[in-house]
Design a binder for this molecule. Structure first.
Ligand code: AP5
Length: 216
C-alpha cells in the first residue's frame, strides 16, 4: 500500500509512521527527516533549509518535491510522513504518482488535541535518536536503555522544538488542512484518527483503517 500520514505538529505522525512501517515492513519517507539530513550535512541547500526549519516555516514546494521524488518507488509499500503539507503538494503528488502508474491507497489524518496540548507534548519531553531517527517522549514513550541494544541514541532535543516555531507550524497547518482534507475525502481515501489516545491504541486504529489485522 501507499500511505500518507498527516496532521499538525506533535500529533504523532513520526511516532505512528515508525510503528506502522515496522509492523508492515514498509519504507518510511519522512520529509522532516529529509530536511534535517540536509541541514546535518551542512550543504548549501541545508544552510538554506535551516532557516525555514528553525522558524517553523514550510520549505518551498519545489524544494521539498525534489527531496521526495527519488523515494516514490512504484513497487512495494511505503508511508509518507508529513507529505503533502499543502494543497499544491497534494496536486503535484497525484501527478507524480500517476506518471508512475500508482496512487495513494489511504491518507491517515491525525487530529484531536488542541494547539496547547500539541505544543506541550513536544516541549515537555520529545527526544529524537541521532542513531536511528526514532522519536520518543521522556514520559509517554521513554527512550530505551542504550545497553539493551535496540537503539544506542544519543537522544536529543530538536533545534526547531521552540514554542515560537511550533506555533508557526500549527498556523500553517491549519491554513492548508481543510483543503487537503477535502481533496482526499473526494477521492474516498481519507481516514481521520483520534490522536488524543495512547500511542498503541492509535496504532491499532490506523491498522484497522488500513484493513490490516496485524494489531498489537
Ligand atoms: P517535521 O519533522 O515533519 O515536523 P512536524 O510536522 O512539525 O512534525 P513533528 O515531527 O514535529 O511532529 P509529529 O506529528 O511527527 O509528532 P511526534 O511523533 O514527533 O518537519 C520539520 C520541518 O521540515 C518543518 O518545520 C518544515 O520546515 C519542513 N517540512 C517537513 N515536511 C514538509 C513539507 N511537506 N513541506 C514543506 N516543508 C516541510 O510526536 C510528538 C511528541 O509527542 C513525541 O515526543 C512523541 O513521543 C509524543 N507522542 C506522540 N504520540 C503521542 C500520544 N498519542 N500521546 C502522548 N504523547 C505522544
Amino acid at each position: 500500500m501507499k500511505i500518507s500520514m498527516l496532521g499538525p505538529v506533535g500529533s504523532g505522525k513520526g511516532t505512528q509512521s515508525q510503528r506502522i512501517s515496522e509492523k508492515l515492513n514498509y519504507a518510511r519517507i519522512a520529509t522532516g527527516d529529509l530536511v534535517r539530513d540536509q541541514i546535518e550535512a551542512d550543504s548549501e541547500l541545508g544552510r538554506e533549509l535551516k532557516g525555514y526549519s528553525d522558524r517553523g516555516e514550510l520549505v518551498p514546494d519545489e524544494v521539498i518535491l525534489d527531496l521526495v521524488r527519488p523515494h516514490l518507488n512504484p513497487a512495494g509499500g511505503w508511508i509518507l510522513d508529513d507529505f503533502p503539507r499543502t494543497i499544491e503538494q497534494a496536486r503535484i503528488l497525484d501527478e507524480e504518482l500517476e506518471r508512475r502508474g500508482v496512487s495513494l491507497d489511504r491518507v491517515v489524518m491525525l487530529d484531536g488535541p488542541d494547539d496547547d496540548e500539541l505544543i506541550e507534548r513536544v516541549t515537555s519531553g520529545r527526544r529524537q535518536s541521532l542513531a536511528t531517527g526514532r522519536v520518543y517522549h521522556l514520559e509517554n514513550d521513554p527512550p530505551p536503555d542504550p545497553m539493551e541494544g535496540t537503539d544506542p541514541g544519543p537522544f536529543v532535543q530538536r533545534d526547531d522544538d521552540t514554542e515560537e516555531a511550533l506555533r508557526n507550524q500549527l498556523e500553517s497547518w491549519r491554513e492548508e488542512a481543510e483543503a487537503i482534507k477535502e481533496h482526499y475525502e473526494k477521492k474516498g481515501i481519507l481516514t481521520i484518527v483520534d490522536a488524543g489516545k495512547d500511542v498503541p491504541e492509535i496504532t491499532d486504529d490506523i491498522l484497522d483503517a488500513l484493513g490490516n489485522p496485524q494489531r498489537r
